[in-house]
Write a protein that binds this ligand. Structure first.
Ligand SMILES: [Zn+2]
Length: 148
């Protein structure tokens, strides 16, 4: 099914739709991350670099969860910014493997999809293997607060 008729009108509206979708998500995430950071600070503005963690209270654990969430969300935010950049370059929303346009519905569900459904399914097994490896290696450095 390679009947991609590139009329300017539809390309433009696709661009606008995708742009709006990404920007909405970005706004949501920014609000969420900022809200969470306020909460964490409000709860206990204690130094996080405590090295002798003899006792880890429930508050500490909750804080860790919050930080992990904030970190995860800020990574998503970075991805959205990248996606917006790619959208402007005209490379967002096209399959990395076969070059076909990725269906808009798919992009709404998975904004960072870089492959169409078919190619993704082919890659899924390989990616799962990679993910397991990545988990074994452990996660990335801590989130740094850049907002203040
Ligand atoms: Zn593809």
């Amino acid at each position: 099914m390679a009947t991609t008729t590139k009329t300017k009108g539809t390309a433009k509206s696709r661009y606008n739709e995708l742009r709006k979708m990404l920007e909405d998500r970005r706004r949501e995430l920014v609000n969420d991350v900022q809200g969470r950071m306020r909460d964490v600070r409000a709860d206990g503005s204690k130094d996080r670099e405590v090295f002798d963690q003899g006792e880890s209270s429930e508050v500490d654990i909750q804080e860790d969860i919050e930080f992990a969430l904030i970190q995860m969300k800020s990574e998503t935010l970075t991805k959205i910014n990248e996606a917006l950049r790619r959208l402007d370059d005209g490379t967002y929303g096209n399959c990395f493997e076969c070059g076909e346009e990725i269906a808009e519905a798919r992009l709404r569900a998975l904004p960072f999809a870089v492959r169409c459904k078919d190619c993704e399914e082919a890659r899924e097994t390989a990616e799962q293997r990679e993910r397991t490896l990545a988990q074994k290696r452990g996660s990335t450095p801590l989130f740094f607060d850049v907002s203040s």
